[in-house]
Design a protein around this ligand. Structure first.
Ligand SMILES: Cc1cc2nc3c(=O)[nH]c(=O)nc-3n(C[C@H](O)[C@H](O)[C@H](O)COP(=O)(O)OP(=O)(O)OC[C@H]3O[C@@H](n4cnc5c(N)ncnc54)[C@H](O)[C@@H]3O)c2cc1C
Length: 463
């Protein structure tokens, strides 16, 4: 039966777009962090929306599960197939066309396989900004960004993919095409169906195109790296900066002293100082470079700070951002850690840091905690590591570490997945912490749209 399926599929999209040789399919079988290794039946690379729709109908007829895959940069195994050898991975990279750029409407419509870096370039060519920015932007795709409701470095000012999307085109699990591509900013004619698919991690349908918001390109930027005495001060500053600069506050990142010390081990003097907490603050505006810099200097000079640097040129600005962007990679070089991508209301960050730090140090004396992230959005990367006597694997204690962290996160009305999604990694934690009614409603929608559970099965909507 699978032979008949594969030969019909080959006739449909072309045999060279149906990968079956072990070496060809290898990159699609494993997630980026190499925690999950799957074994698909094959990998299909359809080239048009019509081919995607035909493929989905065929898969339904043969009862073949489908695993949509974009750039495969998921950090939670969301795009990795199971080991049964039954699922077809559907790679979207050949759907990489620009459908329309409507600069006057500040919108662009792209196919789902366009990489994020290219989407940014397409916007720039029209003298506009597409503001989503992630360290994985060279590989991740618009479809993957939508399916994970990606955030990143500019969420504080521009929002996540949910806020950045005007319209969507989706091939439903039965092969019908839901065309909601539209540049409308206002529409009161019913439910906003596109939001169902944003953040659904490929479990409700295959996204084939999207209409995205564009913005004026910022012509002025003022960027500072500033040390403060504690996390309470950091969050007070966030409120005060918002009050003073409103939307011009574009980024507000935070890094602990341990993070900076680790960076200094690898980068030496490129790390200008180490303070209890370090903030990367960026303002942007459509013009007025000198005035913006002056306003930031004036604001900072009226405050108590441990240390600080203001970028004097574009290269200095990029160097400050590089420190922030190097955090994850540098930690990886130091060794494994139990990673969290949590979110709490930004006002609760100091309490989260106090309570989680105390609880973890009591349970795991001497543990190292690397806390950094998008404090302006309440989203922290909170990575814990320690060595145990007798060569015990760090991950033997992962469940206990997670329980401590997530108990506090949910007491503070937070989330266990603020930007990296749930995938396979956090499914059982979602069961434990998500509001049961909310989860059950989500699963009813899954059953409605995908009664045969063929769309990315084994993930959190249908584990
Ligand atoms: C170094 C690094 C930095 C990162 N930084 C951030 C960050 O700052 N913010 C952030 O949000 N994430 C971040 N991520 C996580 C990841 O890059 C994002 O989740 C990204 O949006 C995934 O896109 P992708 O194309 O690689 O999707 P994939 O990893 O291929 O897939 C992710 C999920 O989307 C589904 N999917 C993919 N394409 C489609 C489609 N066309 N239709 C339906 N479902 C689809 C898959 O089935 C899967 O469930 C980072 C990852 C790395 C490695």
């Amino acid at each position: 039966m699978s032979t008949e399926f594969l030969s019909t599929l080959s006739n449909l999209i072309g045999a060279r777009h149906v990968l079956q040789a072990p070496l060809d399919i290898e990159p699609f079988c494993v997630d980026l962090r190499q925690r999950y290794l799957g074994q698909p039946l094959a990998v299909a690379l359809p080239g048009t929306r019509a081919e995607v729709a035909e493929l989905v109908r065929l898969a339904r007829q043969f009862h073949v599960p489908l695993v949509p895959q974009g750039g495969n940069t998921s950090t939670c195994g969301a795009a990795t197939p199971d080991g049964s050898g039954r699922a077809l991975v559907v790679g979207l990279r050949r759907l990489d066309r620009t459908i329309e750029v409507d600069a006057a409407n500040n919108s662009m419509t792209l196919e789902a396989g366009v990489t994020l870096a290219r989407a940014q370039q397409i916007a720039e060519s029209a003298d506009r900004l597409f503001p989503l920015s992630l360290a994985s932007e060279g590989s991740c795709q618009i479809g993957g960004n939508l399916a994970t409701n990606a955030g990143g470095l500019a969420v504080l000012r521009y929002g996540t993919m949910r806020e950045l999307t005007l319209g969507l085109e989706v091939v439903l699990p039965d092969g019908r095409v839901l065309n909601q591509l539209s540049g409308l900013r206002k529409d009161t004619s019913g439910l906003d169906l596109k939001q169902l698919f944003i953040g659904s991690e490929g479990q409700l349908g295959l996204i084939t195109a999207a209409t995205l918001k564009l913005f004026a390109r910022p012509r002025a930027r003022a960027t500072a790296l500033v040390g403060v005495a504690d996390a309470h001060t950091a969050i007070d500053w966030l409120g005060a900066l918002r009050e003073r600069f409103a939307d011009r506050l574009t980024a507000f990142e935070i890094m602990s002293a341990d993070c900076l010390a680790l960076l200094r081990d690898y980068q030496g003097d490129k790390v200008p100082f180490i303070a209890p907490w370090t903030l990367l603050i960026e303002l942007s505006d459509s013009d007025g470079q000198a005035a913006l810099e002056e306003a930031l200097v004036e604001w900072l000079s009226a405050r108590d700070m441990e240390d600080g640097v203001i970028a004097q040129s574009e290269s200095e600005r990029l160097a400050l951002w590089q420190l922030r962007e190097d955090m994850s990679e540098t930690q990886k070089r130091r060794g494994p850690s139990i990673k969290h991508d949590i979110g709490v209301p930004s006002s609760a960050i100091p309490r989260f840091l106090d309570e989680a730090g105390q609880a973890l140090r009591t349970a795991f004396p001497g543990c190292s905690i690397m806390a950094f992230g998008h404090a302006g959005d309440g989203n922290l990367h909170y990575n814990v590591s320690f060595t145990r006597p007798g060569n015990v694997d760090l991950f033997d204690d992962e469940a206990e570490v997670n329980r401590i962290v997530y108990d506090i996160v949910y007491r503070l009305n937070g989330t266990l997945a603020a930007e990296h999604g749930v995938g396979q990694l956090k499914t059982h934690w979602l069961e434990a912490y998500k509001d049961p009614l909310a989860l059950s409603l989500m699963r009813s929608l899954k059953t409605l749209l995908d009664p045969d559970n063929l769309m990315n099965p084994g993930k959190w909507l249908a584990p």
